[in-house]
Design a protein around this ligand. Sequence first.
Ligand code: GLY
Ligand code: MN
Ligand code: MN
Length: 485
Amino acid sequence: MAEELTPETPEEEEPIKQRKNGLYPGVSDELAENMKSGWADTELHGLEPIPQAERTAARRAELSRRFPGDRLVIPAGNLKTRSNDTEYNFRPATEYAYLTGDHTNDGVLVLEPTADGHQATIYLLPRSNRENGEFWLDGMGELWTGRRNSLTEAEQLLGLPAKDVRELTAQLAEATGPVRVVRGHDAAVEAALTDKVTAERDEELRIHLSEARLVKDAFEIGELEKACASTARGFEDVVRVLDKAEATSERYIEGTFFLRARVEGNDIGYGSICAAGPHATTLHWVRNDGAVRSGELLLLDAGVETQTLYTADVTRTLPINGRFTDLQRKIYDAVYDAQEAGIAAVTPGAPYRAFHDAAQRVLAERLVAWGLLGDLDVEKVLELGLQRRWTLHGTGHMLGMDVHDCAAARTENYVNTTLEPGMCLTVEPGLYFQADDLTVPEEYRGIGVRIEDDILVTEDGNRNLSDGLPRRSDEVEAWMASLKG
Ligand code: GLY
Ligand code: MN
Ligand code: MN
């Protein structure tokens, strides 16, 4: 039983080493032998391609045309350790998912230059070997982490050849010719390419893959619609449990929305902001550990990410007891009017910045009218940007697979360009009066309001994808009352 264990192949080396090191002290050779056999063949045959397979092929073809002659390497990324042998939930790099439709860790898409374009191959972790015991002795084996697709199954599902990713770094290290890699996701892949790539050329690849996503196709718009519909249901869930949240904390709200996101989608698309009372004035309040009190406002900024990784990004600011106070309503209605002006400015051919300018103007007008800016007129306030003490952030951003989508797009192709049909962006003005802001009357302090919707640019204007949730103050109250029965 204690005879010398000698690896016969390189794959056998690691599991056997672990046994020798005593990581699996109870494994007798008899058990190791026993575990090798007696398993059914579960290979799946005749699988249909995933719905987006045609589109991912078209995206790869476009990428190929943009970088002729270059080897292109796009990793999914690896698991990240949370602690010891526990990992965070995995979410693939957006560029990889966009080009393959695959969502598994450690995958790498490689476009190999050919005489007339590129040959795309996806490198994946194959099914675990049962002969060498890795399926049960290795913590990453399928017995621990779940069945993976075989490479043949992956080929059918994704519509491109699949190979074993464990052979990739050696191949890349030997590769000749120009290479570009999407950085920041897979250190081992990058290490294999260090002497073959430059930061500047890799950045061109990243920029291209960001700009390629600026205009959404019909499939993507459908996914964003799904994300918004699911998000609306999540907001309804929250309204139904506000009394329970009041008895506990913002955590109850976070958990309630999360349940909807995990049941209907892949996940939340970003950390939910569940900000009650003065927490609403903190733009990215994700601690969500505060009290929920009747008479205060709840700013809920949350979005469901679909199974295909498209996310909504929606904010509603709700009176916790179902009725706005006069002052809350005054501030809310100002933000609503600003959002209306912003949404109206989302139209094809309009400068991207127009919706921001329109919303800021309305907010500046109200702040002046309320006497918060002394004797200054609106034009002067806008020129000096003084409204920004309370408006704080830009009025929106592109939305898609990333909540702040297309973030690597160049200024001339994003904020300095004009809107086109198929672009999807948030319009999300807000007013935030910090609890310690001595420049506003005391009753304003600690009030924060944001309203955020996901707006698709259409041929003749726009469509609000998140209009399943009411926005006007009286409609919000009526909707809350109907849900609370
Ligand atoms: N939820 C982050 C944002 O609205 O941009
Ligand atoms: Mn947003
Ligand atoms: Mn948001």
